[in-house]
Structures are given as structure tokens and as C-alpha cells.
Design a protein. Sequence first.
Length: 148
Amino acid sequence: MNDSQPTPSEQPPKRDLYPNELAEQNHNRQPRAELPWHLAFDLQDVEAGLAERLAANPDTESFAREALVGDRILAVIFHAGQWYAMDGICTHQGGPLAEGHVADGCVTCPWHGWQYELETGTQTTSRQPLQAVFPIRQNGTAVEVQLP
Ligand code: FES
């Protein structure tokens, strides 16, 4: 054992995570090789021609739908040419984020107007990462999500 290493009894006590560390841990949209992909829904089952419409007009088309994946309710959102998956239950009082207004990279809860960044789940007023976000991809017409 290296003498310069602290012994277990000398380890600093565990502390709460800082918001940026929490964001790194729980709000990471980067795919992780060890996690399986789960089907959120198939675009063909949602609406005939939807996949083609989104592909033809990625900058102007948007789409949002609630999806039950495992035991989680997600807000699955297509905005500005990208897919996003976010915990679908608003941290404030449980509003349905999939029914929220989507603009400028954010979704606004329809109940009381809390707004979250799609990329990070950060609540825009408090700057806290309150909504979990997850890796998402489109595989053909299937929209798939990775959950921890
Ligand atoms: S429940 Fe979403 S803002 Fe209140």
C-alpha cells in the first residue's frame, strides 16, 4: 500500500452531490453501452406518414408524446431535428410534460409553467437539473430509449 494514500478511516465523509455532479450522474443523454434500448413507440403506430414528415422537415416539425417505458412515464419529444426523452412527470406537482409547449430547446409544463431544457432537464428559473433526461434514438421507425 502506498503510504501517501489515506486509509479508509481517513477518507473524507460522503457529501451530497453538487448540482453539476448530479446532472452528470442522472441527466446524461450520452448512450451507455451497458444499457439496453427499450421501444418507446413506433412512429408507424402513432400516425401514418409521421416518420416521413419528420424526416422531410426536421427543422420545422415538432412532436411530443407520452410513453410508458418500463415503470417510467416519459415525455418523448422531437424538436429542431432531434429526439429527446425526459421524465414525463413535472417535478413541481406532477404535470404532464408531454402536453407542454415546446420551443427554443425547452418544454413548458402545461399546469403552472415551469420550463425545462430538453438537453439537460435543467429548470430554467432555478438552474437546477430537476428532470431526468435519457439517451434516445430513432431506429427506422422505432423510437428507442435507454433507461438506467
Ligand atoms: S406541475 Fe408542472 S409547473 Fe406545476
